[in-house]
Design a protein around this ligand. Structure first.
Ligand code: PGA
Length: 250
């Protein structure tokens, strides 16, 4: 199991460090819990890496550029992240696709840049409400997976993480039912299997979208649900640590 917190563009330095420490302190020292990942905004990455040192918590960025360096004003490269001690990166989040026009091709290049540098991409996919209502959700997710992960699953399947985040459930308080989540996760597992055979079992498939302590147990019970990518409920230690504890029981 894996529980990843996506802080998005929230918190300030002091509260970010305090939250990271509170999460790190609650991680079971015996290694029995899920893998825990925190994804703060860029300016707090270094402070959060320091705050969780020695706890086993992984620190992730929320975005990166595919090129190692160059004339890309405002962008941050994977080698820069690695130098800070960052070990993972969210890629292809629906907010980046919708507000910043990220395409499947750009996302695929970012995934490969992360794998090349030894980091773990947390690759987000998921359909919009219109796509679900048109009964296209399975084909949309399959297209996103094949477009961004074909090379990655050949190169380093053991480092790839997939997050299924139905766009209609993100930040809306409207979560997928446990059955809807499991149904899509089973589909994703089948697509992964067709792309990389038995190695598909190595790829954690996380659910994201209004996942909270009061609905997580049902969602995490799904056979193909390997944890969660958490937005709103990751901004407070109490709710995030409760999610880590629920994942530990699954
Ligand atoms: P949410 O966000 O938990 O606030 O819905 C999840 C995400 O966007 O990763």
């Amino acid at each position: 199991m894996m529980i990843a917190g996506n802080w998005k563009m929230n918190l300030e330095r002091g509260s970010a460090v305090a939250l990271a420490k509170a999460v790190a302190d609650a991680v079971p020292a015996d290694g029995t819990g899920p893998e825990v990942v925190l994804a703060p905004p860029f300016p707090y990455l270094e402070a959060v890496v320091a705050a969780v040192q020695g706890s086993g918590v992984l620190v992730a960025a929320q975005n990166c550029h595919a090129a190692a360096q160059g004339a890309y004003t405002g962008e941050v490269s994977v080698p820069m992240l690695r130098e800070l001690g960052v070990q993972a990166c969210i890629v292809g989040h629906s907010e980046r696709r919708a507000y910043f026009g990220e395409t499947d091709e750009e996302v695929a290049a970012k995934v490969l840049a992360l794998l090349d540098a030894g980091l773990r991409p947390i690759y987000c996919c998921g359909e919009t409400l219109a796509e679900r209502e048109a009964d296209q959700h399975f084909s949309v997710v399959e297209r996103q997976m094949r477009a961004a992960l074909a090379d990655a699953l050949q190169a380093a399947p053991e480092r790839v993480v997939v997050a299924y985040e139905p766009v209609w459930a993100i930040g809306t308080g409207r979560t997928a039912t446990a059955a809807q989540a499991q149904e899509m996760h089973a589909h994703i597992r089948q697509v992964l299997r067709s792309m990389c055979g038995d190695k598909a079992a190595m790829v954690p498939v996380l659910y994201g979208g209004s996942c909270k302590p009061d609905n997580a147990a049902g969602i995490f019970a799904g056979a193909d649900v390997d944890g969660g990518l958490i937005g709103g409920a990751a901004l407070e230690a109490a709710s995030f640590n409760a999610l880590v504890a629920i994942a530990r029981d699954h």
